[in-house]
Design a protein around this ligand. Sequence first.
Ligand SMILES: [Zn+2]
Length: 156
Amino acid sequence: MSDALMIQCPACGTVNRVPQAKLAQGQRPVCGNCKAALPLSAGPITVTDQSFLNDVERSSLPVLLDLWAPWCPPCRMVAPIVEELATEMAGRVQVAKMNVDENPDTSRRFQVQSIPTLLVLKAGKEIDRMVGAQPKSEIVKRLERAMASGDCSTGR
Ligand SMILES: [Zn+2]
């Protein structure tokens, strides 16, 4: 099943199975039930201090939040990975980016000391954090683990 994405329809709630090959061809998936366009972001959404509540805290999906700044070379190494994940994890993880220079409140709130920092959030609560440029495999592993945990309590 790893060659398909499970994408929930925002209109009717049906979970659709979308082959990745279709996405690779640039096809826009639609819901098999109601034909609404499925939320397949072309890339990560951009989150600001102002939109954090709506985009992150109220997200029904876990959120991978990439905290970055334009002057940070390791951030530019992470950026293409984050963009790939936005497509590959569509419907399972909401991938988001935040420019820390323009949004100091959120980085202060999560005590982000250095960038890039990748936060894994559920309902606005930090589940996991990766600091510094990470290989894609590591990010995926941490996301899978965050999704497997039923709630915010760590089982460790
Ligand atoms: Zn639908």
